[in-house]
Ligand binder design. Structure first.
Ligand code: FES
Length: 344
């Protein structure tokens, strides 16, 4: 081992300057071999618990097969999870106990060789750099130097400008709430709700209790170009359901947003925008298939499970003189993912 690269073992007693750590105090296990043996057995016991727990976990997987019933699936998963957890816990506790009670806690210092090169090597490096610089003739050609500097300054701009531009706060969140529902025929009380893709307006009388409709805004013909409509359609799509009004919780200000138990919510998941579509009639829960966010439609689509962190926006609806369902206004809050909430 070289002078510069030696592993030194020092103790406080030998003059090692402790950088603020607790000085090593001899433990019972350092002084008493019987105590050390006891600690060893404790560590072995912890590792043994880990082994046993892992075996029980694996046994649970076979003893309670997933395909038999929901009950066995639950028990099997629980045993597997507990076994796995205790298995790792035993290893962790055993390792910590081992390290704290048996391992050597003496400070060890490894001295490194100096990072600085010797003078001859450094002089040779500087000479090589200077020769290279001289080779470029840059010192004698200021025009070239200026052109190079300009090119280096301008080259990153195509990356930096859009980057900085996109980072500039654009907190007009209300634009996410502007959908095709805001457009309506001249003089009409609202825009009709229609089936997709047939574009057939929906009468309130046709929506029976428990039914679910995938709904889009009824086309406005000349009033709204085809391209504009297609661009807006995905954002405006809603899910229409009907339930017993007595089962619904309605907050103040939303009393006239539904019609005899018919309610409409945005179909765009507020997590990352997948279409929520799996409706369970009994529970009134709506599930997003992407990451299992679950919304309670009887309770204004509040999130009851999953990663979404706000309810699905509700579309205020009513009926017109002919009994067709209409949206009385656009959404009053942004539809779709709520990433902007984290940026606020
Ligand atoms: S997109 Fe719906 S839960 Fe993730």
């Amino acid at each position: 081992m070289s002078d510069h690269h030696q592993l030194q073992r020092r103790t406080d007693a030998e003059g090692f300057e402790n950088p603020g750590l607790e000085p090593h105090r001899p433990r019972l296990s350092d002084r008493d071999p019987a105590a050390a043996k006891r600690v060893e057995l404790q560590v072995v016991a912890l590792f043994g618990v880990s082994v046993l727990a892992s075996i029980v976990g694996v046994a649970g997987f076979f003893l309670f097969p997933a395909g038999v019933s929901l009950g066995t699936l639950r028990v099997g998963n629980t045993v597997l999870g507990v076994g796995l957890g205790l298995g790792f816990l035993g290893i962790g506790l055993g390792a910590i106990h081992w390290a704290k009670a048996l391992m050597n806690t003496t400070e060890q210092v490894e001295e490194r060789h100096p990072l600085r090169s010797d003078p001859a090597t450094r002089a040779a490096a500087v000479a090589a750099l200077e020769a290279g610089l001289d080779d470029t003739r840059i010192a004698r050609r200021p025009l070239l130097k200026g052109a190079l500097a300009s090119a280096l300054v301008f080259a990153p701009l195509p990356v930096l400008v859009p980057l900085v531009g996109n980072l500039t706060p654009d907190w007009d969140i209300s634009r996410f709430a502007r959908t095709a529902w805001r457009n309506k025929p001249e003089g009409a009380p609202g825009r009709r709700l229609a089936t997709d893709p047939d574009d057939v307006p929906i009468r309130a009388a046709d929506v029976t209790n428990g039914s679910v409709f995938h709904v889009i805004p009824h086309r406005l013909g000349e009033l709204e170009g085809e391209e504009e409509f297609l661009n807006e359609k995905a954002k405006a799509v809603v899910l229409l359901v009907r339930m017993d009004p007595s089962e619904m919780t309605i907050s103040p200000g939303r009393e006239d947003w539904s019609y005899h138990g018919i309610i409409a919510f945005s179909k765009v998941c507020t997590h990352v925008g997948c279409p929520v579509a799996l409706y369970e009639q009994n529970t009134k829960h709506l599930l997003c298939p992407c990451h299992q966010s679950t919304f309670d439609l009887a309770n204004e689509a509040r999130v009851i499970f999953g990663p979404a962190n706000r309810p699905l926006p509700q579309l205020p609806i009513s009926v017109d003189d002919e009994g067709y369902l209409i949206a009385t206004s656009d959404f009053t809050e942004p539809v779709g993912p709520s990433y902007w909430e984290r940026l606020k």
